[in-house]
Design a protein around this ligand. Sequence first.
Ligand code: NAP
Length: 225
Amino acid sequence: MRIGIIGGTGGMGEGFALRWCQSHDIIVGSRDVARASESAKNYSNIANTKYGNKFKGSINGDDNISMSGRSDVLLLSIPYDTIVETCGKLKQVIDDKCIVVSPIVPMTRTDAGFIYIPLERNSKPAAELVADNLPPRNRILSAFHTISEMKLKKIDMSLDADTFICGDDNTNVTILSNLVSEIMGLRPINLGPLSMSYQAEILTPMILNAARRNKLKNPGLKLVE
Ligand SMILES: NC(=O)c1ccc[n+]([C@@H]2O[C@H](COP(=O)([O-])OP(=O)(O)OC[C@H]3O[C@@H](n4cnc5c(N)ncnc54)[C@H](OP(=O)(O)O)[C@@H]3O)[C@@H](O)[C@H]2O)c1
């Protein structure tokens, strides 16, 4: 599968690239093609060192727009405030069958702690904003909100965590669930349609507040029965 990562030069982008490159072709995207190529080279070096001959996929860099048209799955690994502008550009180029995944958490820090921006600004959850700006809605999914980049980047670490997946199209949810399951120790939990995404997004500021006040290091989330 060809997985494009918009904003792949950031911390989460590195984690996604390193976790999936064993068996997929990764395209690290950036607004700046030189930065994309540099990051792809660095990630490839890490993957070669860690995976050796089990590194069966590839990691290359390109600018966000060019690589979007070649991606089967596209991760939007960018800040909340950049959704409208970025999606406006992607809309022209992405394939109708491309699955778009938002790990985006609309979050900021105040004196009281981390807060969920849509509640503060009366704005839309990240997944809804993506769906509005990158139709059709069926191709949009959301996941990975409570996964720490520090853990995702440590490719020999089992995450021992769950991640909630939201999406309106069951086939696309299954495809993403399979990709999630390929990440060591990560379990996909179907939370329902995309309209439920706010419930996953809002968990991140909550977890970070708890972590800060209780000195917990990069905690994750796991449902127990
Ligand atoms: N960090 C975490 O632990 C974590 C955990 C869960 C979810 N998330 C979510 O995952 C997403 C990515 O997280 P991150 O920490 O990797 O983000 P980040 O480092 O803040 O940004 C990722 C990339 O976004 C691109 N970018 C920045 N400003 C932009 C703009 N105005 N227009 C287009 N692209 C822009 C940059 O790439 P270029 O400059 O190369 O274009 C940057 O490397 C965020 O939405 C975050 O809320 C993060």
